[in-house]
Write a protein that binds this ligand. Structure first.
Ligand code: EPU
Length: 427
């Protein structure tokens, strides 16, 4: 078992470089299967969700080569099976992107129901509705999702909810369908635009990504491409909040400031000073932090993936803040852990009332999911005393070298491994 041990209280200062976006990469790597030639993908984050994605690609018969630490070459010419088994799919939500990619590539796929963060019910009905509209038969049995089509035909699809996953999956299935597909009420997140740009660089014809109507005109074949993934909006936002929470001063490099606007505006309201440059952003804390209300919304609203981190910051602010989660049913599980550190937060369904307590105290806590884990790291950095965070595998799913990057900013933080044999003796 591995843990982070953080001695809080240091003001973070210096520069940090943001890695490629997890939620773009987990879509773009499967999308490379749609090509008839190899693709080279740069700025791939070194995180465990990408390790799993690569294992899935290899299990399907694709050839994957690491050209350097963040560059991959994917050759999809020898795909031998359209099946992604439970053992691989269970660890990651985005394993369901292999449904859209394989359906578009070979007309069928069988993928185990996906895993990923437990944020409440996460149905896939809109994915299946989209595939169905394109002419695929869909069924779920024994925990496997089956999709199959003799021929995919463009269609008009209206999503009942704004969904990142289904927008991505249907885009991938539709790029080689016959005729025009129109997705209405599409998600507009930066990674949707990034995937569309990648597919277009392979010869796809996609317009409107980044708006709520995406038009995809099917093409016969896709060719290889050389593409660089956008920087991770949520990793950047996490470091921005860490600067504010520790009264620090961090220059966050390799970002697209436009993607960070909703986070920037909220941090300014809470009392941080934020300065934007072309591809970096500087956050300075240290002044008084004040209450703010936050409601998560689909892009360009405040991202649900930043909700635990900003809630943690609000525990350090003066006054009562209201945080409303409007995307997922159950994304406040980390609150119990923050309470162990002295936070005063009450939760009723999707609304949390945060009474600012000014300071937190170190305690042993457990990461309940990826962004919850990031929030606990921020809490530990800002708290007095020692915080021990267990279950850090959740954090490593989505943050590249988090503890190294934080240490370089002055954090007193280390990762320790406790051998299984020692744990067994302790039981
Ligand atoms: N929904 C349905 N039916 C569907 C699909 C979604 O009702 O068929 C609902 C969901 O239950 C949820 C809402 O629609 O209430 C939005 O879900 P969405 O499909 O947008 O989320 P997702 O694709 O499951 C991705 C990210 C999440 C991020 C959300 C929202 C990936 C791999 N995951 O999830 O990222 O929170 O979009 O932006 O891209 C994370 O990185 O920590 C993370 C959880």
């Amino acid at each position: 078992m591995e843990k982070y041990i953080i001695k809080g209280g240091n003001r973070l200062h210096g520069e940090v470089t943001i890695s490629g976006a997890k939620n773009a990469a987990v879509a773009i790597l499967p999308a490379a299967l749609l090509s008839d030639e190899p693709c080279i993908i740069e700025n791939v984050p070194n995180i465990s969700d990408i390790d799993i994605t690569i294992k899935i690609l290899l299990s399907l018969g694709a050839e994957v080569k690491m050209l350097d630490k963040s560059t991959l070459r994917i050759d999809p010419r020898r795909i031998r099976t359209p099946v992604v088994e439970y053992d691989l799919a269970k660890n990651m939500r985005a394993s369901y992107y292999f449904l859209g990619a394989l359906l578009g590539k070979v007309g069928r796929a069988r993928v185990s129901m996906p895993g990923g963060c437990d944020l409440g019910a996460r149905p896939v009905d809109q994915h299946l509705k989209g595939f169905n509209s394109l002419g695929a038969e869909c069924a779920v049995d024994h925990g496997m999702i089956h999709v199959q089509a003799d021929r995919l035909v463009g269609a008009h699809i209206y999503f009942d909810v704004v969904t990142v996953g289904a927008t991505i999956n249907v885009m991938m299935a539709a790029v080689k369908a016959d005729g025009l597909t129109v997705i209405e009420n599409a998600a507009k997140e930066p990674h949707i635009v990034d995937l569309a740009n990648f597919l277009n660089s392979m010869g796809a014809d996609i317009m409107g990504a980044g708006t709520d109507v995406i038009k995809i005109r099917g093409v016969k074949a896709l060719h290889g491409a050389h593409y660089s993934i956008i920087p991770d909006q949520i990793e950047a936002g996490t470091f921005m909040v860490a600067a504010a929470a520790t009264g620090g001063d961090i220059l966050v490099r390799n970002v697209i400031p436009k993607h960070l606007e909703s986070i920037t505006v909220k941090l300014q309201k809470i009392g941080a000073y934020v300065e934007e440059f072309d591809d970096s952003i500087r956050v300075t804390g240290g002044g008084p932090l004040v209450k703010a209300n936050v409601k998560t919304m689909p892009h360009p609203g405040f991202p649900t993936d930043m909700q635990p981190q900003i809630t943690t910051l609000l525990t350090l602010a003066e006054g009562t803040s209201i945080v409303t989660e409007s995307i997922f049913d159950n994304r406040f599980k980390y609150v119990d852990e923050l309470r162990r550190m002295g936070a005063d937060i009450s939760v009723d369904g999707r609304v949390a009332v945060v009474e600012g307590v000014g300071r937190l105290m170190g305690a042993p806590v457990k990461a309940t999911d990826l962004r919850a884990g990031a929030a606990l790291v921020i809490a530990g950095l800002a708290a007095s005393g020692i915080t021990e965070i267990e279950e850090i595998h959740h954090i490593e799913r989505g943050y590249e070298d988090m503890e190294k990057k934080l240490r370089a900013l002055g954090a007193d933080m280390k990762k320790i491994s406790i051998p299984e044999s020692v744990l067994a003796q302790a039981l």
